[in-house]
Ligand binder design. Structure first.
Ligand SMILES: *[C@@H]1O[C@H](CO)[C@@H](O)[C@H](O)[C@H]1NC(C)=O
Ligand SMILES: *[C@@H]1O[C@H](CO)[C@@H](O)[C@H](O)[C@H]1NC(C)=O
Ligand SMILES: *[C@@H]1O[C@H](CO)[C@@H](O)[C@H](O)[C@H]1NC(C)=O
Ligand SMILES: *[C@@H]1O[C@H](CO)[C@@H](O)[C@H](O)[C@H]1NC(C)=O
Length: 350
């Protein structure tokens, strides 16, 4: 097994040996026990090239992965049996969820649960800019699936990019939201230079402490018309409708509401509105059974329709209450805080 010192020595030796990139001959195993940052490279795509993988608290013990201004810079990844680990948070990189119909990509994120792992093989290669030897994390496979494919990043909220898996044999591209193929590189970090990890990622971000036992949200085929939405008017929140969410078009930000969020395996519409109310937001919405989003405004293009058919897009049961709906796949069950001077009334649908 290669330790930190021997990597430095080998890299230094190789660089001295020649002005060209001469790769160390020491074979790499699928364990990297020294702390590293994960750098993303695609020299032809400057918007992502040389940016670093950040962790973003997602609730339920999960961490989302982003490059760009979203998330917390992370210096202490390790690789165990080909799987990227973040030991302090007890999570590992997996592939699953948020399947995109348009380009057949799937999210890569970190969790303590047993989802299929993203498997990598460390490989010596030459840095495209400096021509120095570097350790690339070559993507091998999504555990249990046909080997191959690659990791790509696509635009997400607030100028960030999120990590996704592009399966082998796939040729689909989302013309509005291309998933850019990237090389992941392990950049060794001196353990004494690892900054203290913040306990929260943002002041408005609340970490859910619930047990991580969630399963994939279940869409219901027929929407029960007697319970289209949870009536929260008694709490001072009115239902506006089922709003499009996570859309990538030139019609405003990616997220419909992006002021604050939390995820929980015990999500209800009441819990979400209580969270948004506590932070003084004017709008709140639930999505994907277990996510809660808050904000003070949303783009006019995200205004929900008042048809029964449009409400039926919010057909994922809440993770914390099977009798209510918490959004859908890229659909948000949207509520607004009622004005105290006025009657608090839900929108009507026909
Ligand atoms: C990698 O590390 C794991 C866990 O410590 C160990 O079980 C495995 O044998 C190691 N593999 C190699 C090739 O060193
Ligand atoms: C950069 O991204 C483009 C778009 O995904 C891809 O075609 C190209 O192969 C990538 N280049 C590298 C070096 O990965
Ligand atoms: C509202 O309905 C119109 C007409 O059917 C449709 O084109 C549009 O996409 C719908 N918008 C939403 C947010 O559902
Ligand atoms: C929506 O709110 C009104 C109160 O304004 C209430 O009478 C109605 O029952 C609510 N609708 C549903 C479907 O809960």
């Amino acid at each position: 097994m290669l330790n930190r010192k021997s990597v430095s020595a080998l890299v230094a030796g190789a660089a001295l040996a020649s002005a060209q990139c001469t790769l160390p001959t020491e074979p790499l195993t699928n364990n990297l026990t020294f702390p590293f940052r994960v750098q993303v490279q695609n020299a032809t795509r400057s918007e992502v090239h040389n940016k670093f993988m950040n962790l973003y608290e997602a609730g339920g013990g999960d961490q989302h992965l982003f490059i760009g201004p979203v998330g917390v810079p992370t210096y202490d990844f390790t690789l165990i049996n080909g799987v990227i680990n973040h030991e302090p948070k007890g999570v590992r990189a997996v592939i699953g969820g948020e399947f995109s119909e348009i380009d057949h990509t799937t999210k890569m994120f970190m969790t303590e649960r047993g989802d299929p792992r993203a498997i990598f093989q460390p490989t010596w290669a030459c840095n495209p800019d400096t021509d120095e030897p570097q350790i690339e994390l070559q993507f091998v496979e999504m555990q249990g699936e046909t080997p191959g494919g690659w990791i790509c990043v696509r635009s997400s909220f607030d100028g960030s990019h999120e990590f996704r898996y592009y399966p082998p044999g796939n040729e689909l591209v989302d013309p509005n939201r291309e998933c850019i193929k990237v090389t992941l590189v392990a950049i060794e970090v001196d353990p004494s230079e690892i900054p203290a990890y913040p306990t929260t990622t943002a002041t408005t971000l609340v970490t859910s402490t619930v047990a991580a036992t969630s399963t994939a949200p279940a869409a219901t085929s027929t929407h029960d018309p007697s319970a289209l939405f949870a009536d929260l008017t008694h709490l001072g929140w009115r239902f506006i409708g089922c709003a499009p969410e996570e859309r990538w078009a030139n019609d405003g930000p990616f997220r419909t509401l992006s002021g604050a969020m939390f995820g929980s395996d015990y999500m209800t519409n009441e819990a979400c509105m209580a969270f948004c109310e506590g932070l003084n937001f004017a709008f709140g919405g639930t999505e994907w059974s277990r996510e809660c989003w808050c904000g003070n405004s949303y783009a006019p293009t995200r205004e929900p329709n008042t048809t029964l058919a449009s409400v039926a897009n919010c057909n994922f049961r809440c993770s914390g209450d099977n009798a209510q709906y918490c959004g859908g796949d890229s659909w948000l069950s949207l509520y607004a805080k009622c004005d105290e001077e006025e009657e608090c009334e839900n929108a009507t649908f026909s």
